[in-house]
Structure formats: structure tokens, C-alpha cells
Design a binder for this molecule. Structure first.
Ligand code: 3SK
Length: 531
């Protein structure tokens, strides 16, 4: 694909690409349908409304919303205005949002009504610069954050004319942020550019997946994940396709309803392309209501987030007659840079580099490892080079330097390469665990466990379930004389942590294996599990 011009605004680029078909459905969410013409108008109204709030180029706005057409309008409206949306996970706690608001110095927040009470709690903690909150879909009565102006999204848009022109942004200008978790420390504000959105859509969405204007695309991964943002926004809208958006959690039942077109707004229209993560595919395959092949209209499925176990891919393909294209990407690279290809899938591998990206497997000396005589490469650290790398982690020189090393990005994953040039996942090189495609830091979970009055100490590791997927397990030592149950410990974690981080299994033990200096030996617990 040609490089984008130097002055490049991704929102203006999408609107221009789709100007010729205003009647075509762009977004079909839980309450209705937004056509490309209406999307064009609402994005420009949103940009004007943001400017009217006093927001200026490069100022940040927290985007804390459930998936809906409002999410897309808000995101593209910010980009069009040159304002920087900080799109955050809707499953976090008020403390997490309080940190993000301060760290991003957000001047405003765009929030779904059901998430307003949590945002209000975050705002109450103070130390932020938010002056305006815009509430999408529903009443703001449930919580009135003090000291900020409240607006209702629809009325706010209707009160402003469409902006005449997009901000004259540079392609390399910060366009939006996503937060990425590390094993220790606060989540990292990952700063992406307008051009990065273009590159991922061209190289992967169009180049590898071959998305087409006639596709109806549905992603179980939400828009606030880098994976979901490409799947359900930048990729389909770059080719004039239509998108299904769903606010609720992607349970098998909710996903089946969309895949079979069985919702009031879909009214029989069935997605042709589905994006999921391995845990979701495993859950659907095990579900008694799994639709028959002829009840869905799929031509392509994609997986990322964690390596797709071979068996899940094979069972899905056997049932639906459609392959799952597994790939690996990252928030730092914005989307997938190594992937299988439609028509050439090797289950159990992450495929080969996406054209436009280069990969290196490096040894302990930091140098690329020499291939073996058959072309395979032994285990090492995976590095990637490509045009969609983030600029930096905001206000974090140290961790930016560790990850963004000149043209190369350190992925933090261990990989091998087979004799056919296909890359095979071999684990992380830090302590992070990926559960259902989302990073979980064992240290954060342990810190929460020891806040329970009955818990003396705890260690958290990843275990592999019957489907070959990673789940968290906590080894817990109780205080002398204390008693509790696994359920109570799990409830405590769900209350104090973002609920998806709770340990799925708990083992009560008398003591934890430790070094002479008292450091917990998690590898011994992993060995125990492997026996
Ligand atoms: O985890 C992944 O594989 C991934 C893929 C695409 C975009 C973002 C991520 C984290």
C-alpha cells in the first residue's frame, strides 16, 4: 500500500473513503443502525462539540464506553478534531480510572451511562483536570459527579453543526492512547498515531484478511482493546464494510445471537467475519446451544490475544467449515504482525510475518539467533519491526526504552521458528499471564490476596486447563488460626480488583517454596502443576 501523506487525519481519511455510499450500513448496534452518511455527519458534529467544550489539539479525553455506534462516533470525532481519545477498558475499578484520568491529564470524559457511577467515584478522588463529562445512552441521574458539566451525548451532538474541516494533523502525530499492562507498576499509556491506524488496516485487515465492502464484521473483542479497535473500527470502515457492535459481555449466548442474525437490529443479517479469542472459541465449542453450520453465514474467523490451541482451531473448522486465522499482535504494535493466512493455516502456530513487518528471534546476547541447518530457529526473544509501532509510553522513559528500541519493538514473548518459517509461541519472558486474551499481573493479584484478613501470603501462577488455555491459580497460606473458603477469597478478589483478574483456582498450602533469602519460587509451583 502507498504510505499515507505527511498531513494525514485518519478520521477524515475514513469519511472520505466512504463518501460515495452514504446509504450503506456502517454500524449496527443493540439499538439501531447508523449508515455511512449519518456516521459522516455525527463524527463532524462530535468534533465541533468537542471544540465547543474548549478542547484543543492534543488534549486528552477519557473514552470509557460500552461498544456502540456512540463509541465509534466519539473516537473518530476526537481524531477529526485533533483531540486525543484515551480508550480504556470498561471492566476496571474506580481507582484504575482515577489513575488514568490523572496520568493522561484528561480534560473531559465520554462515558456510557451504566459506567457513570464508577467514573463519578474516580472523579471524587480529585487531582484530575476533567471539566466536562458527556454521557451516552441513558440518564445521568444515577450519579452526578460534582464540579463538572454533564451533557447527554445525543443532545450534545444535535446542538452543534458538523465541523467544516478536520484538524490538519501530521500522520505521526499522537492520535489516541490505549493502556497496556505490565507485570509491575502502573499500566502504560501507549501513544499511537493517525498513520498507525492506516498501516494496520491496510497491511492486516485488507492485506492478510482480505476484508471486503460486502462483509458484515463482528468482534467479540471490545473496541477498547487494540485487537477490537482494528477488528470493528479501522479495518471494516477502511473497506466500506458493515460492523455489528454489542454492549454486553461476549458470552456464548450473546455471540450466537449475533452470528445467527437473531437480534432485533440484525433481523436476520448474519456476520460473514468473526473475531474472537481462544477462550471464547473454547467456551462456544463447549456450549450446548452451539449453532449448526447452516445457521451462520461465516466466511472467515480470526483469533488473537493468546496462542490458539490446535485442537480448538481444528474442532471449530470441522464444525463450521471455516478456518480460524490465528495471529499474534500487541497493543504496542496496534494489531497483528505475524499470522496464519486464509487458505494456508497451520494450527498450533502463529503463522508467518505479516508483509510489512519483520521478525527476529534474539538470543541472550541480544543478537538474532542463527537458523539451524533445516531453517528452524531455537527458542529466543521475539522482536518486531514495522510501521505501526507506538511512539512511546507516556511519561515513562525507562519502560519506553526497554520496549521501543529504535526501529525494533521488544514483544516480551518467547518464540521458536519451525523449518517452514512458521512462528510458534513458547511463553512470556516476564511474569505476565494472559487470561482470556487479557494480561494479568500475578503480583497485582497477590497484593490483593494478602489484603484479605485470613491470608498470610500468596503466590499466583498460570496453569493450563483441559483446552490448553491459561488460567490463574493462587497458592494461599492462611494466618495461624484463620479459616476461609476458596469462594470467599475469590469474592474478595473480585471486589478489590477488576473482576476478570480473580484467580480461577485456589490451593490452600502450609507454606510457599522460597529461596534462602525469602523470595517466592513460583517456578517450583509451576513444576508442581506439571507433575
Ligand atoms: O494479543 C494479541 O495478539 C493482540 C492482537 C492484536 C492487537 C492487540 C493484541 C494485544
Amino acid at each position: 500500500p502507498p504510505a499515507p501523506p505527511e498531513r494525514f487525519n485518519f478520521a477524515a481519511h475514513l469519511l472520505a473513503r466512504n463518501a460515495a455510499h452514504p446509504e450503506r450500513p456502517a454500524l449496527i448496534d443493540d439499538v439501531g443502525e447508523l449508515r455511512y452518511g449519518a456516521l459522516h455527519e455525527r463524527v463532524r458534529r462530535c468534533a465541533q462539540a468537542l471544540r465547543a467544550l474548549g478542547l484543543r489539539r492534543e488534549e486528552r479525553v477519557l473514552l470509557l464506553m460500552h461498544d456502540s455506534s456512540d463509541w465509534v462516533v466519539a473516537f473518530l470525532g476526537c481524531l477529526y478534531a485533533g483531540v486525543v481519545p484515551v480508550a480504556v477498558n470498561s471492566l476496571l475499578t474506580a481507582d484504575d480510572y482515577a489513575y488514568q484520568l490523572r496520568h493522561a491529564r484528561a480534560q473531559a470524559a465520554l462515558v456510557s451511562a451504566p459506567l457513570l457511577p464508577t467514573l463519578a467515584q474516580a472523579l471524587q478522588q480529585g487531582g484530575h483536570e476533567v471539566h466536562s463529562v458527556v454521557v451516552s445512552r441513558g440518564s445521568a441521574d444515577a450519579a452526578q459527579p460534582g464540579g463538572v458539566a454533564l451533557h447527554a451525548f445525543d443532545a450534545w451532538l444535535d446542538a452543534h453543526p458538523p465541523a467544516n474541516a478536520a484538524a490538519d494533523t501530521h500522520g505521526d502525530e499522537p492520535a489516541f492512547w490505549l493502556y497496556s499492562s505490565g507485570s509491575t507498576g502502573r499500566p502504560k499509556g501507549t501513544v499511537h498515531t493517525h498513520a498507525n491506524l492506516y498501516w494496520t488496516a491496510e497491511l492486516y485487515g485488507r492485506g492478510v484478511l482480505g476484508l471486503q465492502a460486502h462483509d458484515l464484521v463482528f468482534s467479540a473483542a471490545k473496541l477498547f482493546f487494540a485487537y477490537g479497535l482494528g477488528n470493528a473500527l479501522s479495518f471494516p470502515l477502511s473497506v466500506g464494510a458493515s460492523v455489528v457492535l454489542m454492549a454486553e459481555r461476549p458470552t456464548p449466548t450473546a455471540v450466537f445471537a449475533r452470528l445467527t442474525g437473531n437480534t432485533p437490529t440484525l433481523a436476520g443479517r448474519r456476520p460473514t467475519v468473526f473475531f474472537g479469542a481462544p477462550t471464547g472459541y473454547a467456551g462456544m465449542l463447549a456450549h450446548p446451544e452451539l449453532p449448526e453450520r447452516h445457521h451462520v453465514g461465516l466466511r472467515l474467523c480470526s483469533s488473537a490475544g493468546e496462542a490458539l490451541p490446535r485442537d480448538i482451531g481444528e474442532r471449530w473448522a470441522a464444525h463450521f467449515g471455516v478456518d480460524i486465522i490465528d495471529g499474534i499482535g500487541s497493543t504496542e504494535m496496534l494489531h497483528i504482525y505475524c499470522s496464519n493466512r486464509p487458505g494456508a493455516v497451520a494450527y498450533g502456530t502463529s503463522g508467518t510475518p505479516v508483509p510489512g513487518y519483520e521478525l527476529e528471534i534474539r538470543g541472550d546476547d541480544g543478537l538474532p539467533m542463527a537458523p539451524n541447518p533445516d531453517g528452524s530457529i531455537d527458542i529466543g526473544d521475539l522482536y518486531v519491526r514495522g510501521p505501526s509501532a507506538a511512539l512511546m509510553y507516556w511519561n515513562d522513559r525507562e519502560r519506553s526504552r526497554q520496549t521501543f528500541q529504535g526501529a525494533w519493538t521488544r514483544t516480551g514473548d518467547k518464540y521458536t521458528r519451525d523449518a517452514h518459517g512458521r512462528y510458534i509461541y513458547a511463553g512470556r519472558n516476564d511474569d505476565m499471564l494472559k487470561v482470556s486474551g487479557i494480561y494479568v499481573s500475578p503480583f497485582e493479584v497477590e497484593a490483593t490476596l494478602v489484603r484479605h484478613p485470613a491470608v498470610l501470603e500468596a503466590a499466583v501462577i498460570g496453569i493450563t486447563d483441559a483446552d490448553g488455555l491459561t488460567k490463574t491459580k493462587a497458592y494461599v497460606v492462611l494466618r495461624p488460626g484463620a479459616s476461609t473458603t476458596a469462594e470467599e477469597i475469590q469474592a474478595h478478589c473480585k471486589q478489590h480488583l477488576a473482576p476478570f483478574k480473580y484467580p480461577r483456582a485456589i490451593a490452600f498450602v502450609a507454606e510457599l517454596p522460597k529461596t534462602a533469602t525469602g523470595k517466592i519460587q513460583r517456578f517450583r509451583l509451576r513444576e508442581l502443576e506439571a507433575q
